[in-house]
Design a protein. Sequence first.
Length: 76
Amino acid sequence: MSNYEQYYQKSITALTELIRERKEVPTEKEWNRLAGIDNYLTSQSLGFIAQAKFSEICKKIYKEIQKQNKKEKIKQ
């Protein structure tokens, strides 16, 4: 895996954790501020690589988290 792929995965993982903790999707401005501080890819870079808008990426992540939460509730 190239450094770019690792950098992308690191950024997506951080975005996923942020959404999981907040239980809401961050704005592009919020994400870009955090990306600058923590050395993650910006919303524009994530969108370019994923070939999707940042909001679409976030919605997909949010839906996946919701699915995981439902599965965990069913197991309990």
